[in-house]
Design a protein around this ligand. Sequence first.
Ligand code: FAD
Length: 286
Amino acid sequence: MFDAVIIGAGPAGISAGLYLKRANKNVLILYHGESQLEKAHKIDNFYGFPLGITGKDLYINGIHQAVNLGIQVRDLEVLSIQMNEKMECTIRTSEEEFHSKVVILATGNKKLRPNIKGIAEFEGSGVSYCAICDGFFYRKKNVVVIGSGTYAISEATELKNVTPNVTILTNGKELNGTTDIPIITKEIKEIVGEGKVSGVKFMDDTTLDVNGVFIALGEAGGVDFAKKLGIYMEKDNIVVDENMRTNIPGIYACGNVVGGLLQINKAAYEGAKAGLDAVKYINEKR
Ligand SMILES: Cc1cc2nc3c(=O)[nH]c(=O)nc-3n(C[C@H](O)[C@H](O)[C@H](O)COP(=O)(O)OP(=O)(O)OC[C@H]3O[C@@H](n4cnc5c(N)ncnc54)[C@H](O)[C@@H]3O)c2cc1C
């Protein structure tokens, strides 16, 4: 059992890890997929780099700093988080499961919505971002999951609990993984329906009749985990208090995933806040 599992190795996640580890806590940091920081060509507004630094170098430096301190940092995609009645968390990844007293969501912000006509229009009327939250409404109905990675397979597998009629739509991409769930790789033109979703139209002008469309692009982000855990959200941001606590004890969020100023300084500050408060929480829980 870890004291804390941190999802994200950007400035928020690494800062949280440094404060936890220096308080002698047993910490695991998981990362997978691109950080916003890696995309930054050159950073000139962060303290201590007179000639600037590339985002990629700063990101890698952060990971090395955590590893040098003795923190386990692993490249594993997190697929889901569950909490039991003792308020302990199980973090399921693409390869193995971990157990922890605290989870810190430092996954950055992602664009959740694919650029497909009709997606925005039908959100809440057939388009969903959470299989475990909304799957129940589609018992024995036809549903599709749009995505091409492990997360899409995980969401489709979740939906198989409520309906046998699940198809994965990769929208022109190769599926990254294996499953016995049917797959359609054709490119999608639009989501169609009147008032609610009735089908998915492909670029070749054929239409698949569906009642529900679930979006699962790339990796699941903090927002996806938050929705599934029942964490309060405001628009696409996780709601936290001044110590980066969410409404669920033991679950913290920091950095871009909580919105506000989307900058490294603020992400690192919030990571420190989350790490320090998590130390107190873990000590009280003993
Ligand atoms: C082009 C560009 C230029 C920028 N320039 C600047 C600048 O000059 N100055 C500045 O201050 N800020 C800049 N920023 C913003 C800055 O990069 C972000 O504010 C900062 O990186 C946010 O940190 P974070 O830790 O919240 O998230 P991120 O840095 O985005 O890190 C997110 C982490 O979560 C991990 N993750 C996500 N989902 C999963 C999952 N399911 N499983 C496992 N791991 C997961 C990722 O692998 C990553 O490690 C720039 C951003 C961009 C895109």
